[in-house]
Design a protein around this ligand. Structure first.
Ligand code: MN
Ligand code: MN
Length: 455
């Protein structure tokens, strides 16, 4: 199998590739958690003529609608010419990323510092999260329902936060530990202050932080109970490499596929034959369960609403629609890292700059937990990509028995839809600085458009 560098395709005019990626870079820099992505998607969708699905009594071909679930999950549809019962084309991506969550009773004082206790979210190498600047994002919801938005660290003039690590001079014992224990989960606490409150006797620094929280944000200590605050790497995504061919940033997994999938649906110029759908889900990094995850009934519920509004709703039609539908589970793949190429079996691995990656299956060990796309569906997708001159590659997630992972593919496939994983190759996945190649980002966008139009 011959892999082709996407550069061949765009070498005479890289301008559109770089322009698209600059928009993506800005998106990634500002949308650092699922709530921000949903809000961004809502705003940009409305600019593209989408309306909240309940605002329309009935739907006809060409209508564009969206629905938001729990502020962390959004679905968009462009109604196609064909009957919905004949199936829809779905791009599904996740918009949560590994991070450090603030606990519900987090604030404490120790040795003259005020700290926030945390519980990490998703699969991280904990040692990558110490001694880097962190920003806080999230919401605090007051008992009366008032929502206070938290966004500290990335605005001009903001302070940053961080997690300390032991100085090398005194690390004789620490350096004997294995990488999985060198930083313990309970030691990922975030430093938030060191100034005492005047006149206070006990826990003076904590008292001062509480005073600041009250004055600046109207937050009381008890309000952390009904808050979702997430510490994420601070700073914007940046061009990576002297040739600026890549982007380094936090959260490419999976906002790179979320953004390109969203744009593919937003940028449709003509009414598609089959109804086009983009769903952006939360909670993939912790197993996709819960109301805002891919396992939620939200997808099915909203699809039923759609069938109702196009005048096709029946229990049987709903089931037929699912069985007739095609899905790209848009999620990133593990690109070959030149420093660690031996974890891959190179014939069945993906490389940066070689285009969108199709994973027939993921899983671990004997393909455990995977969605294994059926060969007939893979053939159909292959033809679409070749007909549209999309540069693509196929890959497994590493050598057999090296490790493994999963995506939302099997969850969508459990509804009896046709599903295959398709996404952008990434280096340093789940680290605070993930890397993607701009050519792959652009080619994924083109591939998603080809799928929406032709699947
Ligand atoms: Mn992912
Ligand atoms: Mn992931």
């Amino acid at each position: 199998m011959y892999k082709k560098n996407v550069f061949e395709k765009y070498q005479d005019n890289l301008e559109p590739v770089f322009a698209f990626n600059e928009e993506y870079r800005k998106f990634l820099s500002t949308c650092k958690n699922e709530r921000f992505v949903v809000n961004f998607a809502k705003i940009i969708a409305e600019l593209h003529g989408f309306k909240e699905i309940n605002a329309l009594k009935s739907l006809k071909p060409g209508d564009k609608v969206y629905a938001i679930n729990k502020n962390k999950n959004i679905i968009l549809f462009v109604v196609g010419k064909d009957k919905v019962v004949n199936g829809i084309n779905v791009l599904g991506a996740h918009i949560d990323s590994p991070r450090i969550d603030i606990k519900q009773n987090p604030l404490y004082e120790s040795q003259g510092f005020a700290l926030l206790d945390t519980h990490y979210y998703g699969g991280i190498k904990k040692y990558q999260y110490v001694t880097i600047p962190l920003a806080l994002y999230g919401v605090v919801v007051k008992k009366d329902g008032t929502v206070l938005d938290i966004n500290i660290g990335d605005n001009e003039g903001d302070p940053v936060l961080g997690i300390s690590d032991l100085l090398i001079h005194l690390s004789a014992n620490q350096m004997q530990k294995t990488a999985s224990t060198v930083i313990e989960g309970e030691d990922l606490d975030i430093t938030v202050g060191s100034l005492p409150l005047k006149g206070e006797e006990k826990d003076k620094v904590k008292a001062n932080i509480l005073k600041l929280l009250k004055e600046n944000y109207n937050i009381e200590e008890d309000d952390f109970v009904s808050a979702e605050i997430e510490a994420v790497p601070q700073g914007p995504a940046k061009d990576y490499g002297l040739d600026r061919s890549m982007i380094a940033g936090y959260g490419h997994d999976d906002r790179v596929c979320a953004y390109t999938s969203l744009r593919a649906v937003l940028d449709l110029k003509e009414i598609p034959n089959r109804t086009a759908c983009c769903i952006l889900v939360d909670k993939e990094e912790v197993g996709s369960q819960g109301a805002s995850g891919a396992q939620s009934r939200f997808f099915e519920n909203t699809l039923a609403e759609l069938l109702d509004k196009v005048g096709e709703l029946s229990d049987l039609n709903f089931r037929k629609c699912l069985s007739n539908s095609n899905v790209l589970s848009s999620d990133v793949s593990a690109g070959v890292d030149p420093l660690y190429a031996n974890v891959n079996e190179l014939k069945n691995s993906c490389f940066l700059n070689n285009g969108i990656v199709f994973n027939k299956y993921t899983g671990a060990r004997g393909k455990s937990g995977c969605n294994d796309a059926n060969a007939e569906y893979v053939a159909k997708i292959r033809k679409i990509m070749d007909d549209e001159n999309i540069y693509y590659q196929t890959s497994e997630l590493g050598r057999v028995d090296q490790g493994g992972g999963g995506t939302i593919a099997y969850i969508m496939a459990n509804l009896n839809m046709n599903v295959i994983d398709a996404g952008v190759p990434v280096l340093c996945m789940h680290s605070p600085m993930e890397i993607v190649a701009k050519l792959d980002v652009y080619e994924a966008y083109q591939a998603y458009i080809a799928f929406i139009k032709n699947a």
